[in-house]
Ligand binder design. Sequence first.
Ligand code: NAD
Ligand code: IPM
Ligand code: MN
Length: 346
Amino acid sequence: MKTYSIALIPGDGIGLDVTDAAWTVLQKAADKRGFGLDGTTFPWSCKFYHETGAMMPADGIETLRKFDSIYLGAVGWPAEVPDSVSLHGLLLPIRKAFVQYANIRPHRMLKGVEGPLKKTEFDILCIRENTEGEYSGAGGRVHVGTADEVAVETSVFTRKGVERILRFGFEQARARRKKLASITKSNAQKYSMVFWDEVTRELSKEYPDVEVSHYHIDAMTARMVMAPETLDVVVASNLFGDILTDLGAAIQGGLGFAASANINPDRTAPSMFEPVHGSAPDIAHLKIANPIAAVWSGAMMLEHLGEAEAAGDVMAAIEAATGQGIGTVPGKDRTDAITNAILAAL
Ligand code: NAD
Ligand code: IPM
Ligand code: MN
């Protein structure tokens, strides 16, 4: 039997609950289609940080490298460990080290879910640059704590990085409805974003079948609320993509519905799958987290592994549950009840 090795990093807060839920569903989907998922759990988290002084062991990246995929719940417990420590100690280094430069985040309405817009006809694929830009980590602080303090955070945009994410977006658009929206702030940011616009225009010559639109990030936030049905593939930098995809989550009904895949398109290292949401400390002990974003992310993992039929089964099971009104209203159904409805449909 074909078996895939999966590194499971449940992380913190609701990350633990939604990973449990997703893993149960994925196991059942694999059983049904006759392949195996061999999971190894790594307790890397803010709790692990308290115990060891690090978010993951020094050889953590090398440990993960041998897996077929990585599945992550959520990382962060800001009341105890600063986010700048926890995220820079686990999630962000994995994305960079494994060159997971394409962060794919689909935003569409699942059957039975009523989003705040009361619209169902949109289907947006956000492609977020995931390894550089505003998250480069370059910068520093001088004269700390004095009246002369200066903090600098430098965005780094390389031709290689910008070209590959836009090319990835063009390819996705070509396989979909052939529309690409490129997001910048090139009216105010005259180096990085003007450069991004130039690369978009250069590449568009190779994709004459794809209709390109340029939007500034501010206008784009309004468009996503006012006219999401006009969008197909949306390509944005790391920070702009981060912000747009929480907005995308909101229009699709909430963070409990937004899935995400951190893809290494060249397959030179494992890709990582995780919901868009975080550890949700405000509901972490209540067992009411919606596991659908996590399960959907798991379906994206199956698809990436080449198990498209199993991925389709999982998506159909999610929509069978939501179609019956289970998990559609935030807080109404418990995590277990939603998971069981998906399992029953499978
Ligand atoms: P969050 O996404 O954890 O929560 C935002 C709001 O959405 C909260 O009200 C929460 O209860 C709700 N929510 C999130 N997921 C939900 C779900 N599945 N079901 C129902 N409600 C849900 O964002 P935050 O509060 O800004 O961040 C909390 C911590 O998580 C921070 O440490 C942050 O840095 C981290 N974080 C991690 C990731 C990740 O690991 N990928 C992503 C985002 C935030
Ligand atoms: C996400 C998260 C992360 C990001 C944080 C936790 C660093 O918000 O995956 O969307 O900004 O990439
Ligand atoms: Mn985010």
